[in-house]
Design a protein around this ligand. Structure first.
Ligand SMILES: Nc1ncnc2c1ncn2[C@@H]1O[C@H](COP(=O)(O)OP(=O)(O)O)[C@@H](O)[C@H]1O
Ligand SMILES: [Mg+2]
Length: 244
């Protein structure tokens, strides 16, 4: 059975979509097969070409049911569902079906207030600091706020995803053939943390120091998912059989 990871939280702009795509890309870089599932009715599906994961459109309730059933039936795959924000009912539904739930939040009082409410509402969920400062002085200030306001949830807070301007490349409809190395490294680190939580064995990622040439590599490597769009209506049984 596949594992389903949901990225939810009752607030827009926290980084749900970015973290969903970074996580999927990181999974691909670590040799895992994943599908990034869109549920936000205000967004259009992105082009899967050049990505190390598939894209599924689950913007209707019916499509979501079908997509989740399809992914569940693929042994060893990971389904990463990008929740929409401001949709409590959808968040409860996604929480109910997920093996792992992440709640991104930024270094702001409003985000922290919201994530506290979500941590209380979803007792199995983990908070993940998002768009976290990289400057040491700002980091120290953010850490202080975390300790003061989220101290009692300290054991439910994951390692942060740093602010990284290149992360927006993954949110483009079409991504460039080459992605910057720091983005690949951040994606790998995030995916490794999540695999560890799911107790899925994986070698610790080695940081890439050179530019990634994944666009070209991908087409040669038949162990990676096909770049065709993930369509819940088609039979994807064949893809699961190529897993090693
Ligand atoms: N780690 C990051 N570094 C830099 N910018 C980020 C990061 N995560 C998100 N952003 C930016 O913040 C905005 C909101 O992020 P998004 O992932 O769309 O949030 P959500 O899906 O929760 O609404 C986008 O413009 C995105 O590019
Ligand atoms: Mg979003």
């Amino acid at each position: 059975m596949a594992e389903i990871i949901c990225i939810i939280g009752n607030k827009g702009g926290t980084g749900k979509t970015t973290i969903s795509h970074m996580l999927c890309q990181g999974m691909g870089l670590l040799g895992q097969r994943s599908v990034c599932v869109l549920t936000d009715t205000h967004r259009e599906p992105l082009d899967p070409d050049g990505r190390r994961y598939l894209i599924a459109d689950a913007r209707t309730r019916e499509a979501l049911g079908k997509v989740v059933d399809k992914i569940r039936a693929l042994p060893g795959w990971l389904g990463i569902i990008d929740g929409g924000g401001n949709r409590s009912e959808m968040d409860r539904k996604l929480y109910g079906l997920a093996n792992l739930v992440l709640l991104p939040f930024r270094d702001s009082h409003e985000d922290i207030r919201t994530v506290i409410r979500d941590l209380d509402a979803f007792p199995r969920a983990w908070a993940i600091p998002s768009q976290w400062p990289t400057n040491p002085w700002q980091q120290e200030t953010a850490g202080k706020v975390l300790r003061e306001q989220l101290g009692q949830y300290a054991d439910r807070i994951l390692l942060p995803v740093s602010t990284l301007s290149a992360s927006k490349l993954l949110l483009q409809k079409d991504i460039p053939g080459k992605l910057p190395t720091p983005l690949g490294n951040a994606c790998r680190a995030l995916a490794y943390q999540v695999l560890d939580m799911l107790e899925i064995a994986c070698e610790a990622p080695l940081e890439d120091t050179e530019e990634e040439t994944q666009g070209a590599d991908m087409r040669k490597d038949d162990a990676l998912p096909s770049a065709e769009a993930f369509d819940p209506m088609t039979d994807i049984g064949d893809r699961s059989s190529t897993r090693h």
